[in-house]
Design a protein around this ligand. Structure first.
Ligand code: HEM
Length: 466
């Protein structure tokens, strides 16, 4: 690997990133209204802005054209963290919280043939779950719908056919945990604290290092378990697809896939539900035609769950937008900021048309975009989860004004902490499963408690509380 070749000298007026004054990105304002922050940065700096991420300077790429250039030009924009000059020169703060995730060597942080081979393994392991003619395919689809119905049934048992609910803690999160547990062939005991550790890693909490270590350990044990006892699950099919994978390698891949399946897909469900609930005219318009897929696209455009994609590192000095990026500099391509370019055109004809919503970068773009088999799986889960709510609820209204909803707004993900609604179930909504209903999870509980709450729901649903 040829790291940091300065093939072209930086121009005389190109101040290096590390010497530029930067404003921190993750502020209280960003939590509440990231769009306003992107607007201001764009106004001040143009399509590429220097920002501080937990004390480390990063180029934040805001313009749609510049983001797509970074995503598509893999020869120039590398994923391997060893290209990062500040890291190689030991200039990162000790315990920089985002580093733990980037040090986990898996598909996302590989380049070239190693990367293509890892994608092929995932693609063939997901294959059986895609085809509805395969038992794995239709069983998974049926299970997703059944889990969704059971959770609605539990809601009815807890709060009646008219009541209040948090569609995050009482529906979406347990649903995704149930799906992940099933797809991965995961003994449910392994679920404890795992979701929270994934959040800690993604959001760069102070304990992100130990949290990443714990989650990796759990997935490595899962890999070893399925090597010894193969089943009809993704873990076993990954091993079939690449028998050379060690338990540690497979554990790393499962870890990364769990982030997308459990957390990102859950956020996509919630963000889509929010768009529907707040009566976004375009979303509602698309519902009667049964085009839920189009609704998901529109929600991804307004609120992509992967708001800021993974870092890339410049292979050579290059001009991007109106700045010079030096070899080894770190850039963060922002889908959420880039979408503002599309939305700015929306008042004209752009977002009104079917083609334009597909221009969203919610799945990424280029060689590292979300693999097609994963997109299909995620699309099935999101449309089923949202579709079941639309089927069973005759009324659902937000109990908070949309601008007061609490968001989890980290360097990567933007997802709702809560989606509180007042609801009314239809006459044909599922009744409660014949199992002990778990205690409701109060909407204002901390995420720690929420994790326990949803795990107890999961246990009770899947194992009747054993
Ligand atoms: C609605 C749900 C999902 C969304 C919005 C989503 C979005 C994305 C995005 C934006 C990327 C590119 C990130 C980047 O370039 O930095 C990505 C990559 C990826 N996603 Fe998804 N994803 C979803 C669901 C899934 C699921 C369910 C899986 C697996 C079961 C999955 C597996 C992956 C993998 C393996 C990559 C890395 C690909 C690579 O680096 O070559 N995703 N996803």
């Amino acid at each position: 690997m040829n790291v940091h070749p300065h093939t072209t000298p930086p121009p005389a007026d190109g101040t290096p990133l590390e010497s530029l004054p930067v404003e921190p990105l993750l502020t209280a304002e960003f939590d509440v209204d990231p769009g306003a922050v992107y607007e201001r940065l764009r106004h001040t700096y143009g399509p590429v802005a220097p920002v501080g991420l937990m004390g480390v300077p990063v180029w934040l790429v805001l313009g749609y054209a510049e983001v797509t250039e970074v995503l598509r030009n893999e020869g120039q924009w590398r994923r391997d963290v060893r290209y990062w000059r500040a890291r190689a020169e030991g200039r990162l703060p000790r315990d920089w919280p985002l580093l733990a995730g980037y040090e986990v060597r898996q598909t996302m942080f590989m380049d070239d043939e190693e990367h293509r081979a890892a994608r092929r393994t995932l693609h063939s392991a997901l294959g059986p779950f895609q085809d509805t003619r395969n038992p794995e395919g239709w069983e998974l689809r049926a299970a997703v719908a059944r889990y969704a119905d059971e959770l609605v049934g539990l809601l009815a048992a807890e709060s009646g056919s008219v009541g209040f609910a948090d569609l995050g803690a009482q529906y979406t999160r347990p649903l995704l945990l149930m799906i992940t547990t099933r797809l991965f062939g995961c003994p449910v005991e392994m679920g404890d604290e795992l979701v929270m550790d994934v959040w800690r890693m993604l959001d760069g909490g102070p304990d992100s290092g130990p949290a990443t270590g714990r989650a990796l350990g759990a997935f490595t044990r899962l890999a070893a378990h399925r090597r010894a006892r193969p089943g009809d699950d993704l873990t076993s099919y990954m091993l079939l697809s690449d028998p050379q994978l060690s338990d540690e390698q497979l554990g790393r891949e499962l870890f990364m896939n769990a982030v997308y399946l459990n957390d990102i897909t859950g956020n996509m469900v919630l963000n889509t539900l929010l768009e529907v609930l707040r009566g976004n005219a375009t979303v509602r318009r698309s519902l009667p035609t049964g085009q839920l897929g189009e609704t998901v696209n529109r929600a991804a455009l307004v609120n992509p769950p992967v708001a800021n994609m993974c870092f890339r590192f410049a292979a050579r000095d290059v001009q991007l937008g109106n700045v010079w990026v030096r070899a080894g500099d770190i850039v963060s391509p922002s889908a959420a900021a880039a979408h503002r370019d599309l939305l700015a055109l929306s008042s004209s004809h752009m977002v009104g048309s079917m083609v334009s919503t597909r221009a969203h970068l919610g799945w990424g773009a280029g060689t590292h975009q979300c693999p097609s088999a994963a997109r299909e799986l995620a699309g099935m889960i999101v449309t089923t989860a949202v579709g079941r709510v639309l089927d069973h609820f005759t009324r659902a209204e937000l109990t908070l004004p949309p601008d007061q909803l609490p968001w989890r707004s980290g360097p990567v993900v933007r997802g709702l902490r809560l989606l509180p609604v007042r609801y009314e179930l239809g006459p044909r909504a599922p009744s409660a499963p014949r199992r002990t209903p778990p205690a409701a999870v109060p909407a204002n509980q901390s995420t720690e408690h929420e994790s326990r709450g949803l795990l107890s729901i999961l246990r009770k649903l899947m194992f009747g509380g054993r």
